[in-house]
Write a protein that binds this ligand. Structure first.
Ligand SMILES: NC(=O)c1ccc[n+]([C@@H]2O[C@H](COP(=O)([O-])OP(=O)(O)OC[C@H]3O[C@@H](n4cnc5c(N)ncnc54)[C@H](O)[C@@H]3O)[C@@H](O)[C@H]2O)c1
Length: 278
């Protein structure tokens, strides 16, 4: 099986975390489930003020009551005209004109279709959510980061950002593109105190897998048959490394945000138990 869906749950750190986000503001797209939810929960645990954006409704039961005052959610389709800019404006209205962190998590899987069968709808939608939205979000926050010569951007890409053998053409192209955008921003704004890095998760537990199973676009089974053997290799990549969960990805993102990673810029960090080296 490709994905091993588990219900999203309330994240409460077992022991006290050493907070890295006091008085800092982070914007997280795709905050309502999966990796975006885990990032939101972990950044709140690290005392960030978090502005969450998602097309889906947010379940406030998934954020600790004591964190509610530092969390502001806006339901928005980020592909709508002006939506990214509006999301950033709402964050500024909620927490002031300081934006320290942007985590671009919102994303859509494709139906594994290839160049011979991808529909306009799948191509346009996947590229819009996975590539155009992160670029527009970066465009919207960079002036705030330039103003204080400090900022961190994390783009959630995928193993499909470097491999052609794990997803369909739309998803693969969108994530390869996101990696290019990450590197371009990293270089262009390095003298503005802005760091921009990507994480490349392997297949993890999240609702994105359920979304593939449910449709609305049918899985391209012939194309999927070509990538399935590659997916089957992920569990074999390491038997001793813990399962990749949204929280594991969120921990890596928090590391990249923190000062521990202050000389890391333009990197693509796999979170895949070694799957990507195959
Ligand atoms: N699940 C995996 O195995 C996996 C592997 C590698 C990379 N990723 C990437 O991680 C990211 C998060 O995926 P996930 O697994 O947590 O999936 P998920 O479906 O749980 O979360 C994605 C979130 O993005 C939101 N979203 C989608 N379209 C949107 C739009 N137009 N506007 C605003 N929000 C929108 C969804 O509502 C959802 O809450 C994606 O970019 C995905 O490509 C996932």
């Amino acid at each position: 099986m490709l994905y091993n869906p588990t219900p999203d749950s309330l994240f409460a750190p077992k022991s006290t975390v050493d907070p890295v986000g006091f008085s800092k503001v982070a914007i997280v797209t795709g905050c309502a489930s999966g990796i975006g939810l885990a990032v939101t929960q972990l950044l709140l645990a690290h005392q960030f003020e978090v502005c969450g954006l998602d097309i889906a409704e947010f379940d406030y039961n998934l954020v600790r009551v004591s964190d509610h005052g530092r969390f502001h959610f806006t339901r928005v389709d980020l592909t709508a005209p002006g939506a990214c800019e509006e999301g950033v404006r709402i964050c500024v209205a909620a927490f002031g004109s300081r934006i320290d962190v942007l985590v671009n998590v919102a994303g859509l899987m494709d139906n594994f279709s290839s160049a011979d069968g991808v529909t306009d709808d799948v191509w346009d939608r996947v590229l819009a959510v996975n590539l155009t939205v992160p670029v527009k979000m970066m465009r919207s926050v960079i002036p705030y980061m330039q103003a204080k010569k400090d900022g961190v951007i994390i783009n959630v890409a995928s193993t499909a950002a470097t491999s052609g053998a794990v997803a369909g053409i739309a998803y693969t192209s969108s994530k390869h593109g996101l990696l290019g955008a990450t590197k371009n921003v990293a270089w262009r704004f390095r003298n503005d105190g802005i760091r921009c890095n990507a994480v490349l998760p392997g297949a993890i537990d999240s609702s994105i897998g359920q979304a593939i199973a449910k449709g609305p676009v049918a899985l391209d089974s012939a194309a999927f048959a070509e990538v399935e053997p590659v997916h089957a290799l992920q569990p074999k990549a390491s038997e001793t490394t813990p399962t990749i969960t949204p929280l594991e990805v969120a921990k890596t993102i928090t590391f990249l945000i923190s000062d521990q990673a202050r000389t890391i810029n333009g990197a693509s960090l796999p979170v895949d138990k070694g799957w990507g080296v195959i």
